[in-house]
Design a protein around this ligand. Structure first.
Ligand code: PMP
Ligand code: GLN
Length: 378
């Protein structure tokens, strides 16, 4: 069967996790926590099935979950008030991005993506008939506005941005959104803003949503993931914020794709949002990032940028090996017994970045075990 996209046959995340299992390596590759989720979330899920939340949820999402998201966001100094017409619950953020693209693209439309970027963007553009246009983030993972200005033309339909960023952990600032707004003003271009690590910011790093920008609000589809927020990546539930008009366009596709999302899990998420402590959660993850940096400090890797947010830290290995980053990641898994993700996987034309990405959203004992294996190895 003819492929509809230029992505790989097996994503790098599945590939490296399988390699980690095969080699009995500590798996710091694919981004998933190895610690328990909050016990209250587990109980809410059990309760929801007993309360008979077992049939189809409404197409836009469970009303209590939508209401609680409105309350949750109102408490987070986000200046723009949300209404139910702005929110659609989605079966995961990847689905949200795909469906957003399906809602807005016509064949031949161009979509600007910033490399390094998450691996689902380009296949999602291509499957929906769009043409990806690749731009590079600067060396410190900032948007190159001059390049963006030059890339925009009458075929440009959308720009995908990701903040906090996977793999670098970089957070875009309000000023970045001001400049994006300036460039998009008066155009029909849609901003697809992947914000799945929104609550996981460290060192007082401030998350800013495209939906909070008065000038971008009506041109943006913002994508979130409860999987990341509550460390339950296997639940595969997220939500999409957009203007009423874009939400309607999104739902016109969603009603025929997923139609609705796992009902008991939505009810559990709704109840959990009422007790969720963002600050505690942030501190919990920041401690893991700091523990990772501390335990890896004496290893011969280099840190180019400390992660400001998210689940990941990129480390350079130029002082260790001349291998390409993919070969290095495979070697480190097979021989060093620690799995990571080569950063070239976030580029279309596998540039050799001489760096790999480690997931620090793990138990301290897991991070310690990884560091000890590498200390013995180097
Ligand atoms: N975007 C980014 C930047 C991610 O890292 C992920 C991670 N998994 C996703 C989207 C997809 O999230 P989900 O599992 O909710 O589909
Ligand atoms: N987002 C996760 C990561 O970056 C992976 C999700 C997946 O396996 N597709 O590691």
């Amino acid at each position: 069967i003819k492929r509809k996209h230029s992505g790989s046959d097996l994503t790098i995340f599945s590939e490296m996790t399988a390699l980690a299992i095969k080699n009995n390596a500590v798996n710091l590759s694919q981004g998933f926590p190895d610690f328990e989720i909050d016990g209250r979330l587990q109980s809410f899920l059990a309760e929801a099935t007993h309360q008979n939340f077992n049939q189809y949820a409404p197409m836009p999402g469970n009303p209590l979950l939508i209401e609680n998201l409105i309350q949750f966001n109102a408490k987070r100094n986000l200046p723009i008030a949300l209404a139910p017409e702005n929110i659609t619950i989605s079966p995961g953020a990847s689905y949200g991005i795909f469906t957003a693209l399906a809602a807005i693209l016509q064949f031949g439309d161009e979509v600007i993506v910033w490399e390094p970027c998450y691996d689902s963007y380009v296949p999602s553009i291509e499957i929906n008939g769009g043409i990806p246009v690749f731009l590079s983030l600067t060396d410190d993972f900032q948007i190159d506005f001059e390049a963006l200005k030059n890339a925009i033309n009458h075929r440009t339909k959308a720009i995908i941005v990701n903040s906090p960023h996977n793999p670098s952990g970089k957070i875009l600032k309000k000023e970045d959104y001001d400049r994006l707004a300036e460039l998009l003003e008066g155009s029909q271009i849609i901003l697809i803003s992947d914000e799945v690590y929104d609550v996981l910011t460290y060192d007082h790093g401030e998350f800013y949503s495209a939906f909070n920008h008065l000038k971008l609000k009506n041109q943006s589809l913002c994508i979130f993931s409860f999987g990341k927020m509550f460390h339950a990546t296997g639940w595969k539930i997220g939500y999409v914020l957009a203007s009423e008009e874009l939400t309607a366009a999104y739902r016109r596709i969603h009603q025929y794709l997923g139609f609705s999302v796992n009902a008991p899990a939505q009810q559990a998420l709704a109840n959990f949002l009422e007790v969720f402590d963002v600050e505690e959660n942030r501190k919990f993850l920041q401690k893991k990032r700091d523990f990772f940096l501390e335990t890896f400090r004496d290893l011969p890797f280099t840190i180019r940028q400390k992660a400001e947010a998210g689940y990941f830290q990129i480390l350079g290995f130029e002082n260790i090996s001349d291998l390409s980053d993919k070969d290095f990641a495979v070697w480190l898994t097979e021989i060093g017994k620690v799995a990571s993700i080569p950063v070239s996987a976030f580029y279309q034309n596998a540039n050799d970045t001489k760096s790999v990405r480690f997931c620090f959203a793990k138990k301290e004992e897991t991070l310690l075990r990884a560091a000890e294996k590498l200390k013995d190895f180097f």
